[in-house]
Write a protein that binds this ligand. Structure first.
Ligand SMILES: Cc1cc2nc3c(=O)[nH]c(=O)nc-3n(C[C@H](O)[C@H](O)[C@H](O)COP(=O)(O)O)c2cc1C
Length: 196
């Protein structure tokens, strides 16, 4: 199933073709493909090149660890995400490793790494659905996440499945705010002049 973004300005196919499916096929993601997704995350930019990200990943054939990831999701995400062949949890280190002072860009950087991962996935026909709907305290306990690291988002990864199984949700149109609502120049709320 394709859900190309109806953009106002032309952008790369990797952007228009990416979307967040809930219906995943049971086709596994090959280890070398999965490794490339995290290699892409590795090369994301970050403040002071701190790379404050970690990913806890489980493939479905690793039943014990996959069940641990499913166990931290909220029920509304379990219903569909349990069928994805790969689940992951993105985690951020909140302080600079060397100085211990707070890294106020840590969450921003982990988001960038996950975006890199998502673009690489799209280039390989793999889809990614990020989730805020999980229990961070339970995740901390289940995965023994050390102090100073914060769970940021759960992530389902895999190939698109039969949209009929989730027809109402998968059929929803793509929607975005207009670009003029968030790209400004000069002063807050003033539309940038280069915009259409
Ligand atoms: C940080 C983050 C958290 C999200 N949390 C959830 C979630 O818990 N459950 C869900 O079904 N979708 C979740 N989504 C998916 C968004 O709803 C989706 O990205 C948004 O509706 C735009 O759709 P698109 O990704 O298909 O363009 C999340 C996305 C992001 C980036």
């Amino acid at each position: 199933m394709q859900k190309r973004a109806p953009t106002d300005c032309p952008v790369h196919d990797l952007i228009t073709e990416r979307w967040s499916p809930r219906a995943f096929s049971d086709k596994p993601v090959a280890p070398e493909v999965l490794a490339s997704l995290f290699e892409a995350a590795r090369w994301a930019p970050s403040s002071s090149n701190e790379q404050p990200w970690a990913y806890i990943v489980a493939t479905k054939d690793d039943a014990e660890n996959f069940a641990k990831l499913v166990s931290v999701l909220v029920p509304s995400n379990v219903t569909w995400a349990q069928h994805a062949p790969v689940l992951a949890l993105a985690v951020a280190e909140l302080a600079f490793a060397k100085s211990g002072t707070p890294n106020r860009n840590a969450l921003y950087d982990v988001g960038a790494a996950s975006a890199w991962l998502t673009v690489e996935a799209t280039s390989r026909g793999v889809f990614v659905h990020q989730m805020a709907g999980y229990d961070p305290d339970k995740a901390r306990q289940v995965f023994q996440i050390p102090t100073g690291w914060e769970p940021i988002a759960a992530i389902a990864i895999g190939y698109p499945g039969d949209p009929e199984s989730l027809r109402d949700r998968e059929g929803a149109p793509r929607a975005r705010k207009p670009i003029s609502a968030f790209v400004m120049s000069g002063s807050w709320g003033k539309k940038a002049t280069f915009l259409p």
